[in-house]
Design a protein around this ligand. Sequence first.
Ligand SMILES: [Zn+2]
Length: 436
Amino acid sequence: MLIACTAASFAQDAANPPKTLITNVNVFDGNSETLTENASVLIEGNLIASVSSGTLEAEGASVIDGGGRTLMPGIIEGHSHLALSGVTFGEVVSGLASYQTIQSTVIAEQMLMNGVTTTRDMAGEVFSLKRAIDEGTIPGPRIYASGAMISQTSGHGDFRLPIDRNPGLGGPTPTTDLKGAGALVDGVPRMLAATREQLRLGASQIKLAIGGSVSGPYDPIDTTQFIPAEIEAAVSAAEGWGTYVTVHGYTVEAVNQAIDAGIKSVEHGQLLDRATLERMATEGIWLSIQPFTLCSEPNLTPQQNAKQAIVCQGTGDVYTAIKELPDLKVVHGTDIFISPGPGIGVSEQVEQMERLLDWFTPYEILKMSTGNFTELLQLSGPRNPYPGDLGVIREGAYADLLIVNGNPLKDLAAVTDRDNIRVIMKDGVIYKNTLE
Ligand SMILES: [Zn+2]
């Protein structure tokens, strides 16, 4: 691995930023199905300074000859849990937070080396991890942190033992709350406090669990979680900070209640019907969906697998509907977490992208993994930690890009086979270059 220079070095030399000129590449810009052929891309500091269909001159620039390969935006992950990955479920609820943090640094580097340059993290205490990555201390993707997932008593995020007394009724703070992975709250005042607590720590968006889950031990899939006043409270507090609320939800009832309350994005949505998806398209509500196509998984309990079986049945129907609703705003994510065993990589990330080929073309998959994110990430408003454009190759956007063998719009393996990713650049810094 090659780390050419750090974010800190840009800061020291802002007046005269380092330049990289990439020549002889075909550019997928994140949105267009047509590649710009024989192009050159100039990077100055951490930004793309110029994209040209001809040749570019740049005095003092280091030059990378792309050799006719494809240059494209870095992949964006729609739904990760970096702080809950590479560990067992038991470690999440009862282990030391420090072990999770160490594992998360490994997972973060593996994600980056998979070509993932940005991730929306949808629950878990990743604020220190994000800081260390942003400071250039360790390699990893940019992180849009939600912080703790806010859940009601008996909801998705209630992982207490049956004997544990409720914290609102004099019981102890749940371990997942202590570790910043969850916030177990009931009622408007505690919802406001939990929302503001995440904003205080630097959350770029707020994550609520508003309906039944697969992993939760107490919440049937059909349940609607939180009442409208509680969801509206979180939305108001988030909007006061200029950002938005996204929700874990599968079902028609739960998701519609949350949309009524003002949320802007839905995580999952595998059991939504056509009318709800059309409503989302009309009202501009985002769908951040994952290919949950395995109806049973060995690391889940029988009770969890019974719920998984219900969710996975809906996946194909929703993907089919997405194809038919061009106005629906959709991004792809994986929801990888609780990877069994220490140091387990993120190979599933690649597998999940390949699973989408059952419904989508490589172009559609890559657009849902790059260009579609540009607008969604801007929803964080002034709380956006990276306020420039991400997911696109154009002048002024952040220099987060890959150079891959072949044409990924024709053959997805150009991206999913890690060896085909020849250059990985994030924020203008080269993290991999096997072209030299
Ligand atoms: Zn999740």
